[in-house]
Design a protein around this ligand. Sequence first.
Ligand SMILES: NC(=O)c1ccc[n+]([C@@H]2O[C@H](COP(=O)([O-])OP(=O)(O)OC[C@H]3O[C@@H](n4cnc5c(N)ncnc54)[C@H](O)[C@@H]3O)[C@@H](O)[C@H]2O)c1
Ligand SMILES: O=C(O)C[C@H](O)C(=O)O
Ligand SMILES: [Mg+2]
Length: 608
Amino acid sequence: MSQLTNEPPLRLALRGESLLTSPRFNKGAGFPASERRAFGLIGRLPYRTNTLDEQCERAYEQLNSRDSAIRKNTFLQSLKDQNWTLYYSLLARHLKELVPVIYTPTEAEAIANYSHLFRRSEGLYLTFPSQERMEEDFLEQTEGRVIDLFVCTDSEAILGIGDQGVGISTAKSVMYTLVGGLDPSRSVSVVLDVGTNNKELLNDPLYVGWPSKRVRGEEYDKFINKFVQLVRKYHPHSLLHFEDFGVTNAHRLLDRYRESHAAFNDDIQGTGAVTLACIMAAIGISSRSSKSGQGKRLSDQRYVILGAGSAGMGIAVQLRDAMVADDGVSRAEANRRFWLVDRQGLLYDSSTALLLLSQADSAERREFIRPLSESWEELVEGEETIGLLEVVKRVKPTVLIGCSTAAGAFTEDVVKAMVAGLQEEDPGARPIITPLSNPSRLVEATPENIIHWTEGRALVATGSPFDSVHMEKKEIAECNNALIYPGLGFGAILSQSRQMTDRMLIAGARRLAALSPAITLAVRAEEKGEGYEYNGEALLPDFGEAPEVNLEVAVAVAEQAVKEGVAQAGWAVGVGLEGLSKVVRERARERIWLPRYADYVYDENGSR
Ligand SMILES: NC(=O)c1ccc[n+]([C@@H]2O[C@H](COP(=O)([O-])OP(=O)(O)OC[C@H]3O[C@@H](n4cnc5c(N)ncnc54)[C@H](O)[C@@H]3O)[C@@H](O)[C@H]2O)c1
Ligand SMILES: O=C(O)C[C@H](O)C(=O)O
Ligand SMILES: [Mg+2]
């Protein structure tokens, strides 16, 4: 028995060098004397045994001797290659500080330099020219393993930095463990290498991916399908997470697979869910601040979204679905609350706009196209594009969302026009502005600027982390899908849901919104019968609280899966609604993986 955890010792078949080079089981200087003897490690390690605390202290010192975020990122990557327990313990102890180092925004730089920083391979690389042997390669790494999660990418639209050939899935998997509590030995990061159209990479002799133009069309679909069918055949209960696929494939693939497997597209659904939570919280604050009523309901708002790609459409659809579910409005009515602006300006039914649309896969977009009849005619005479500023002046949005990759697109003019439009109705109105493009340098406007241009009135959240703004002490929430997807995924895995349904996503978002610091304070004040005034609290919980928050999200999602009858886990079958919450929470707590050393005994038939 482990003295710390009361768990039985782990039976291991690895010894000596193989144990020290297994990141999953290695303890480095943390191996106690008894295990050093049993596993042939005495001469392989210096004398003293360190505690995990001491190891973390040493690793933190080493990390801090690196002077830039990218060098810290590479150091942490090496640590992960050596010792998972130490890596995750260190991250967990400095969560808020280190999430931006291993994930957004530093991960963008790491991926852009993937081939030059490359040291050790990680995960499963499935490459187009080797597709004949895909099953063999897949089984080589997965056979006999229990796998809960596959995170796959074809790297065509990495964050806002475009086609990177290979990258991203490992950083996403790390967040599943770090904040979602998923056992890292039960997840696989998959690179689906179908080439790249990035000329710099193609011309780089050190590029490690397949140096060929991107495969498209039927051949591409067949390749992806082959992979998905392997996942379905060998791991039918796993969650299949799609990340950073190009806009022409993202929706299509999700629609194709989501009925038959628990498939999830993070850029569409993760972003949709975290933004829904953020907007719910923001409306909670704006409606309390506004005299004439900015409106309490999602359907009371006017939304302008810049960038109608995977994220923009995911957000529109998620907000729309929540309006239909919560506000009792029809789908058509809810669609009319949105004005989508892309490269060609407002999406409206002019011939040019439709021609541009037909070049992209636009089934989702079509529902949101504005009819020309709504008094834009005089504006478009002789010119076909209706730009963001004009849209903002006309629409007077209460919510402005950016997921365009267009750095600085929310100009002072745009933001001030939004304020002016709202103040016509109510001088106390609070514009809700969320520039979500990543990494930080692509943000549509910095929080600092937005807060100043709006004289402190705006409610702001961003995609990448930003410091708080001192004017009126505004805390800037990070509205990044990593605040919710680990919990959404854990909920689906915990319940072995056969699908990730829309209602599971809404349940997760609703739970996250309820945990908003700004809302929590408002509700507390009201419960005590005290007056409430917004004082700049963050709209969403901080990443430092992400593990607790994601546990709550997971519980909400798993509960919803049971209620909807899509949960297939043994514990979920036949469990009644009464006491469901308690059962789900207990199951979740049992499943959470925490970075700590188990005791080992040698067994030649044990794990390796
Ligand atoms: N905060 C988050 O959690 C989160 C999640 C997903 C995506 N994002 C960010 O959102 C951005 C978009 O991601 P995506 O996955 O939707 O990419 P995408 O390529 O699918 O979509 C981008 C869209 O923006 C449009 N666009 C490009 N330039 C524009 C301009 N100047 N004006 C208006 N529209 C323009 C493109 O035509 C496209 O439709 C990225 O920067 C990404 O990092 C953030
Ligand atoms: O990766 C992130 O930080 C969020 C999102 O998935 C993105 O593509 O930007
Ligand atoms: Mg992404």
